[in-house]
Structure formats: structure tokens, C-alpha cells
Design a protein around this ligand. Structure first.
Ligand code: GCB
Length: 589
């Protein structure tokens, strides 16, 4: 059957192949970092496409004539789509879209004037869950996979003077070979749910600019990578330090180390400096805190001093907005952690919005940032590995200048198999290569044969994360006593999760599941034990707010995981909130 046969697509199950070859990743990512952009937020047309007709029938190539002028019937019409806001999660826009998992086509138009020769037009997408294929004026310009990290596409040649059509196909099917795979304990929101924008850059632009305080805290390093392998000079200015530095760029790269005479950044004194990186006509403006972080023995040190991490895990979830995290929402999250007496958040289980770490820098909170290598990933699949490593490198490229981020998490509760060990050991190495200045950790499981903190991956980590639920999934705390006494991890341990469900208002004495009383008592029992254990450097309670998850369907849960210290309205504090705040206050820092 010839490809120009109108029914050709009915028999072509290889329809996605042409688009999979154009995936972009960490190599082509360009952080926006204070540069001027044309925001593409606002109303877009959205058409759901459960059967992938858009790729099969090449919807992107259709012209925009009116139906009365069509020579042949069609199955797609841009104007027939719903007008929806971007960013948003489609699941929350219409009741009948709540559980939609599939492809959907976003379309909008924009006016553009091409710049001088050599100027690049870069399209930035903050996140699209899970895969995205992008079309400009009917032409495929590239795609991306990974639902929580940003990516960039050079669309210079596809844009024209005047009116342009931009289409993004987003697809959020769960699958055993994706990262995460299909079995997760959170809601699978779909859509273009973070910012999307266009920026103009010169041909040789700054692709990466980093500033870091070196171990020992006496010198700072400034490093620049350009988009082209040119020889030139860049300029770094930190006015509040009286610093104006020329950096020699050779083959597109350059760095300089200089004595650091400023104030270090810490949660107690989150001092940030304006840092400007400039090269030719391009310039990046950053607010950067300078601090060191290291693991020594069983301790974590910030600026050389012992750190106790008192904190909570949090999902990116909102009753009305889903995975869209507004700045107000992030600030409220952090105010709640401070109210608890905490200094730390684990951003579970995927990269959160870019402004989370920026606001943490400003408000003085420490962060564990991770990728969704969650539960039973296809550890023996090389393509799944490539996807996971790319997500990790995109996360690091985006957040590398954030003082608040102290640890990259490479996985959560993955069974200790050979395939998993080699997959995650490689990821840990990739994290170190991309960023040797932070700690690498993973949330591990307990060895249930020996009842000890024993995971073969530990050798590859700086910090061992431990998820344990003694007193909730296990009826009492005896296993925890055994485990803590049995273990000699030789590295700092962060209890990366512990918690119990409670339905607000449900009360009862003793171990009655789903009561506020037992959730509070659970934390008393847990934290008393953990705080007395010398190698426990931190605790992240599971978790700050109740969140949507279709796995949970009892009368208490009704589609929510209720382990929040605060209900899903982000207002109603449970008894455990007050209990944990007392326990954190008693635990010496
Ligand atoms: C875990 C998972 C987390 C779940 C939590 C729970 O161990 O890491 O994603 O939501 O337990 O509530 O059971």
C-alpha cells in the first residue's frame, strides 16, 4: 500500500518511529536564567487523542482551511479543540478528562520577526508529562521524554516572519519501560504543566554557567560553557564582593578559581549574591549562595559544621491545580516546614518546579532533589537507563547553582537485584560526573533477612536513605529496634520516609489505624528511637500534605494517601503536625 494512499495509516503500526529519532535531552538544554523571554503561557486549543491519530494521520501537517473548503474529510480541526490554559494539567480541566491517559494536541499561534543572521530562537518547555513532540508550522522540530524536567529546542529555521503555528503533542501513558514505570503511588497528571517560552540568543550563547564554593570554603570556582567551541573571553561580576573577573574561554569552555571572601549560605543565614556571567551579546543573571556540603563518617557537614536534617517529604500536588506549583503554593509549603521547626525537604519522587529551589535558596531550606527511579523500573533495559540518566542530567543542569540543593537522589525503594545495582551505580556515577560538589543518595529498602541497613548500592552512595514504616505497615516498633541495633552503615543515614495515615477528625485511643491519635503516637515512637541513633543524620517525615493517588481506595482514603501532617486543603493540621514539631525541637541540632 503506497504512503499517499489515504488509508495507509490504518495499517501502519510503526507510525511513531520518525518522531522518536528527534528526541532532545540534557546536551541541548539552555537554562533561561534571568534572560528575557516571550512567554507562551495563556490559552491554547487542546484536542485529546486517545488512539494516536495525530501521529498516524499527521494532523500537524493539515492546513487551516475551513471545513467547507476541505477536499477530503478530516478527523482533526484545531478550532474544534477546547480552549485551555497553559500551564495546566488536563485532568483537572473537565470532569470527563480526570483519568485521561493518552496523547493530546496543544495548538496556538504566535507572531514572530526573525532576528539578524546567526540569531537563534530557542523554545523552552519547563515540563510536559510524559513525552512531547513539537511541531512548528507543520514541521516536526523535536521531542522529549521524561515528565518533570525541562528541555529546549532550537526552532530558528522553522519559524517564519509573521504568524506561526506551534503544536505540542503531549502523551502521559504509564508504561513498564518509562521512568517512573506504570505502578506509582501518586496521580499521573498529564499536560504542559510548566512554563513554555521562546528566547532569542546569539549564535555563541552561554549554555551553562556555574559558581561553586570549593571544599574547604576558601575558594570559589566560576565555570562557563558556550554553545559553540569558540575561543573568546567571558566576564563574571559579583558586585557585592567587588569581583569582576575575565575568564578565558578555549574551545567553548573556561573556568576561574579565586579566593572567596564573602559570607557563606546556610539555612540560618541564606545569603545570596547577584552573579552576572556575560559573553559577547549573551548574559545570564543568577542569585547564588556559596556553601560547602560533604559527608564525613556518619555525619553530613554544611560549611564544615554538623548538620541535622529535620524535615518532610512533599509531592507536587494540589487539589485544584494538580502538578502545577505556583510560587504562592511553594512559599506556603516552606512556611509550614519552618513552622514545624524543620530545615529540610525531600522533593518526592521527581524533579519539582524550578522555582522550588530558588525560593528555598532565598528562605533558607535544604533540599533532596530526585528523579523518579521508583519501585520496579525496567533495570535491564538500556533505553530505560538512557531516559533515567537524561532526566538526572537535565535536573542537575537546571538546579546546579542552587545552594539549597544538597543531594541528588537516584532512586526510591528498588529491590536489590544485580540489574538494579548496575543501573543505579551508573546513575550515581553520572550524578558525580555532572556535579562533583553535592552528595549522592537513594532511598533504600531494609534487608529483611538480616534486619539491617544493608544494600549493595550503599557503596556507591554518599548518604544512605532509608524508608521504613515500623508501627504502620508493621504492627509494632520491635523491628525498628532490631534494625537500628543491628546496623553499622559507616555512612550518614537519612530516614528518607516514615509515616502513618490519618483521616482528619478520625480519633481513637491506642493503635487504631487511620486515626490522628495513632499518627501522632507513631511519630513519638519513631523519632525518639531515630534521634537516639548516632548515624541518623536526618529524618524526612512522609509527608507534608495528603495527596491524590488512585492506589488508595478505603473509606479513609478515597483516592488520597493520608500520611500528610496537613490535609489536602493545605490548611488543616493533624495532631501529628504538633507532635512532630515538639519532637524536632527536642532533637538537638
Ligand atoms: C513508600 C513510597 C511512597 C509511598 C509511601 C506510602 O515507601 O516511597 O511513595 O507513598 O511509601 O505511603 O506507603
Amino acid at each position: 500500500m503506497a504512503a499517499d494512499d489515504p488509508f495507509h495509516h490504518l495499517h501502519d503500526e510503526d507510525y511513531a518511529r520518525p518522531y522518536l529519532s528527534g528526541l532532545v535531552g540534557a546536551e541541548t538544554y539552555v537554562p533561561v536564567n534571568g534572560r528575557p523571554v516571550l512567554s507562551l503561557a495563556g490559552d491554547w486549543r487542546l484536542t485529546l487523542d486517545l488512539f494516536d491519530e495525530g501521529l498516524r494521520q499527521r494532523w500537524f501537517a493539515l492546513d487551516e482551511t475551513l471545513p467547507s473548503q476541505w477536499p477530503q474529510p478530516r478527523d482533526y480541526e484545531i478550532e474544534a479543540g477546547e480552549l485551555v490554559p497553559v500551564p495546566s494539567c488536563w485532568n483537572l480541566l473537565k470532569p470527563e478528562w480526570t483519568y485521561f491517559e493518552g496523547a493530546a494536541w496543544y495548538t496556538r499561534h504566535l507572531d514572530w520577526l526573525r532576528g539578524p543572521a546567526g540569531e537563534r530562537a530557542i523554545l523552552n518547555i519547563g515540563a510536559a508529562n510524559y513525552a512531547a513532540f513539537i511541531f512548528v508550522n507543520g514541521r516536526y522540530v523535536g521531542g522529549h521524554r521524561g515528565g518533570s524536567t525541562p528541555f529546549s529546542l532550537d526552532v530558528t529555521d522553522a519559524l517564519q516572519d509573521g504568524r506561526n503555528r506551534l503544536q505540542v503533542m503531549v502523551e502521559n501513558r504509564r508504561s513498564p519501560v518509562r521512568v517512573p514505570m506504570q505502578h506509582i503511588d501518586w496521580f499521573n497528571y498529564g499536560g504542559l504543566y510548566r512554563e513554555i517560552s521562546l528566547m532569542r540568543l546569539p549564535a555563541a550563547f552561554i549554555r551553562g554557567a556555574r559558581a561553586v564554593l570549593l571544599p574547604g570554603g576558601r575558594e570559589a570556582r566560576f565555570a562557563i560553557v558556550l554553545s559553540e567551541a569558540v575561543d573568546t573571553t567571558a566576564q563574571v561580576d559579583v558586585p557585592e564582593l567587588g569581583l569582576s573577573l575575565s575568564v578565558l574561554i578555549r574551545g567553548g569552555r573556561g573556568e576561574a578559581e579565586i579566593p572567596f571572601a564573602g559570607q557563606t549560605w546556610s539555612p540560618e543565614a541564606p545569603r545570596l549574591y547577584n552573579v552576572r556571567f556575560a559573553c559577547g551579546a549573551d548574559q545570564v543573571d543568577e542569585r547564588i549562595g556559596f556553601r560547602t556540603v560533604e559527608a564525613r563518617g556518619t555525619e553530613i557537614l554544611l560549611n564544615g559544621e554538623t548538620l541535622r536534617l529535620k524535615g518532610v517529604c512533599v509531592h507536587e500536588d494540589d487539589l485544584a491545580l494538580g502538578k502545577v506549583s505556583t510560587e504562592a503554593d511553594v512559599r506556603r509549603r516552606f512556611r509550614h516546614v519552618k513552622e514545624l521547626g524543620g530545615n529540610f525537604l525531600r522533593l518526592s519522587h521527581y524533579p519539582h518546579h524550578e522555582h522550588v529551589a530558588r525560593i528555598a535558596d532565598e528562605m533558607g531550606l535544604l533540599l533532596w532533589a530526585e528523579i523518579p527511579v521508583y519501585w520496579a523500573i525496567a533495570f535491564d533495559n538500556p533505553d530505560t537507563y538512557a531516559d533515567a540518566e537524561n532526566q538526572l542530567r537535565e535536573l542537575i543542569a537546571r538546579d546546579v547553582n542552587r545552594a539549597s540543593v544538597i543531594l541528588w537522589g537516584v532512586g526510591n525503594e528498588n529491590a536489590d537485584t544485580d540489574a538494579r545495582l548496575s543501573f543505579m551505580a551508573r546513575l550515581a556515577e553520572a550524578a558525580r560526573r555532572a556535579d562533583p560538589t553535592r552528595l549522592v543518595g537513594a532511598a533504600c529498602l531494609i534487608n529483611r533477612e538480616t534486619f539491617a541497613i544493608e544494600d549493595r548500592l550503599a557503596e556507591h552512595l554518599d548518604v544512605i536513605g532509608l524508608n521504613e514504616y515500623f508501627g504502620w505497615y508493621e504492627p509494632d516498633f520491635s523491628g525498628l529496634d532490631r534494625l537500628l541495633a543491628n546496623s553499622d552503615p559507616g555512612k550518614p543515614v537519612i530516614v528518607s520516609e516514615t509515616g502513618a495515615d490519618a483521616l482528619p477528625g478520625h480519633r481513637g485511643a491506642g493503635r487504631i489505624l487511620f486515626t490522628e491519635d495513632w499518627q501522632a503516637e507513631f511519630y513519638r515512637q519513631q523519632v525518639r528511637r531515630l534521634a537516639a541513633t548516632p548515624y541518623v543524620a536526618g529524618i524526612a517525615a512522609w509527608l507534608l500534605y495528603d495527596f491524590r493517588t488512585e492506589r488508595r481506595q478505603t473509606r479513609f482514603q478515597k483516592g488520597f494517601n493520608r500520611k500528610g501532617l496537613i490535609a489536602e486543603d493545605k490548611t488543616t493540621r493533624k495532631l501529628a503536625f504538633w507532635a512532630l514539631s515538639e519532637l524536632f525541637a527536642e532533637w538537638r541540632s
